[in-house]
Design a protein around this ligand. Structure first.
Ligand SMILES: [Zn+2]
Length: 307
């Protein structure tokens, strides 16, 4: 069981993914999509039998420790409902996952997650630990990976800007692992979970008016489900150095909606208290189901009428 309001190490998160896939092997598959620089595995579970696939990622930023646990718990709840043939708050999970799939990567940056929770001593490779310490950022504020690169500024898209002269796009193993997943599956959309201010960002500057109109329509549905606000187009990647995000890359490359969902109140301080997990889970637990239904045109009865 994945209990909420509890701290999990990156190893425990990976082990739980494997246990869930074993326990629900008729619908779930575990896959190690890559490894971090400090050799921590990056795990993914795919749930569903249909080709159209929605990708979910969490924990791209090390210090955002709440979402990986929420995503793990959400995955377990979906699997339980599938096995019990129960509806999940009105959503017909069995029907939905016969025709579609969900790829859940709860923790894309396991090194950063360990640093933010337990300090730079968590990095086994002394050279990498030294590189991190030289940044002079307090460990509990750490967003980057073990090479001190922000993965969410590392994707090869129009807004990519190197942070230093040595930087180049997709330089990081974590970045490339996610890019491979985008390539390999028949994706219909992508959601990346972060933790700042209960906001949904949908606008993608590099994309057309019609692309953004469609994304806005979808985002409004998710706004009503979660109670979150919508990010204004002007706020999306507007500042210098904000580019190179996974969502921008995905939207440009695959031409499907790519949303950023920011959980947690704006004033939540790092290190994040794990007591935020329950509330944030309640807010976002329906988001992937609604999105899958909308993006695949899955049967109307699978989508709640009151949304
Ligand atoms: Zn973030």
């Amino acid at each position: 069981m994945v209990v909420l309001n509890k701290r999990y190490s990156s190893r425990e998160i990976c082990e739980k993914l494997q246990i869930l896939a074993k326990e629900y092997s008729d619908i779930a598959v575990y896959r190690e999509i890559g490894a971090s620089y400090d050799r921590r595995p990056i795990g993914m579970v795919r749930i569903g039998m249909g080709k159209p696939t929605l990708i979910l990622t969490g924990g791209i930023h090390g210090r955002e420790s709440v979402n990986p646990v929420i995503l793990l718990h959400m995955l377990e709840r979906y699997l339980q409902c599938f096995q019990e043939e129960e509806k999940f708050d009105g959503y017909d999970i069995c029907e939905l996952f016969v025709h579609t799939s969900l790829c859940v990567i709860p923790l894309l940056n396991p090194d950063g997650y360990e640093i933010a929770q337990k300090g730079f001593g968590q990095i086994h490779n002394p050279m990498l630990a030294q590189v991190c310490r030289m940044k002079r950022i307090p460990a509990d504020q750490w967003k980057m990976n073990a090479r001190a690169v922000d993965i969410n500024r590392n994707f090869p898209c129009q807004s990519y800007i190197p942070a230093t002269v040595d930087d180049f796009p997709a330089s990081e193993k974590e970045t490339r692992a996610l890019m491979r997943i985008f390539e390999e599956y028949h994706t219909v959309g992508y959601v990346d979970f972060h933790s700042r201010g209960k906001i949904i960002y949908y606008y993608r500057r590099a994309k057309s008016y019609s692309f953004n109109t469609k994304s806005a329509r979808i985002a409004r549905r998710l706004k009503r489900l979660s109670g979150y606000t919508l990010g204004a187009p002007a706020d999306e990647g507007n500042k210098l150095g904000d580019g190179g995000n996974s969502v921008q890359y995905y939207a440009e490359q695959f031409d499907h909606p790519a949303l950023t969902v920011e959980t947690l109140p704006d004033q939540a301080e790092f290190p994040l208290d794990c007591s935020y997990q329950r509330e944030a889970y309640e807010e976002i637990r329906l988001v992937p189901l609604e999105l899958l239904g909308v993006l695949t045109g899955e049967k109307k009865e699978n989508i709640r009428k009151d949304v």
